[in-house]
Design a protein around this ligand. Sequence first.
Ligand code: FAD
Length: 217
Amino acid sequence: MSKPEYVRTNKTEVKRKPDRGSYDRETVHSILDEGLVAHVGIVQDETPLVIPMAYGRVEERLYLHGSAASRLLRDARDLDVCVTVTLLDGLVLARSLINHSMNYRSVVIFGKAKQVTDVGEKSAALEAVTEHIISGRVADTRKNSAKEIKSTLVLSVPINEVSAKIRFGPPNDYEEDMELDVWAGVIPIGVAIGAPEPDEISGDLMAVPDYVKKWRR
Ligand SMILES: Cc1cc2nc3c(=O)[nH]c(=O)nc-3n(C[C@H](O)[C@H](O)[C@H](O)COP(=O)(O)OP(=O)(O)OC[C@H]3O[C@@H](n4cnc5c(N)ncnc54)[C@H](O)[C@@H]3O)c2cc1C
């Protein structure tokens, strides 16, 4: 049975182009799971501050991590945050300048970031961030020591007040522009992945692990 949609709030109701909005859990999860970078926004000294960060998702929680000295992590403890994750799928070229657009899938989360103090949850959250980026890596590497876990700050943001917005398809030109002698369409955009480059020690001696060879987004 599919899980119920996220509840819309005044903040998350998509007002502009509402047909592109979604509150479907699987849609939100799939965008979060495909993304690699979250833009985390807070208000600091009455000034907006937005920082790009890695993240991990465990069910309905988004975990952020960083040095205990990190400005955003230090200041975002128990603070309202707005987190966005964006997947860019294409450039939409219309016949008129005004109708140029982008194809995308994006998520906006509003929530209170809480510092994770429980060592077990903190350790699992740190592993979740790495597993989110490259699945299979945690099993292959040295685990975090107690000292490393202690020196890292982990924040947990509930995925609760959330919306997705999706644009796909060709440009939406005005009827009167359809006869113009201008090429219109979409340039699809994806993630280009290069061949893995071993460091000096791994060199040619070690086989590249499967999960590295097969990494895709
Ligand atoms: C790659 C990309 C490029 C874009 N370029 C432009 C641009 O150049 N100009 C422009 O006006 N808009 C652009 N957008 C759309 C933009 O994100 C907003 O949806 C739009 O500007 C309307 O903002 P608003 O606050 O007025 O919308 P409202 O509908 O008033 O927003 C209300 C609520 O809807 C939700 N919401 C709004 N936008 C999004 C979103 N993108 N993803 C998830 N939830 C959302 C949030 O919860 C928000 O609080 C772009 C989006 C993406 C992903």
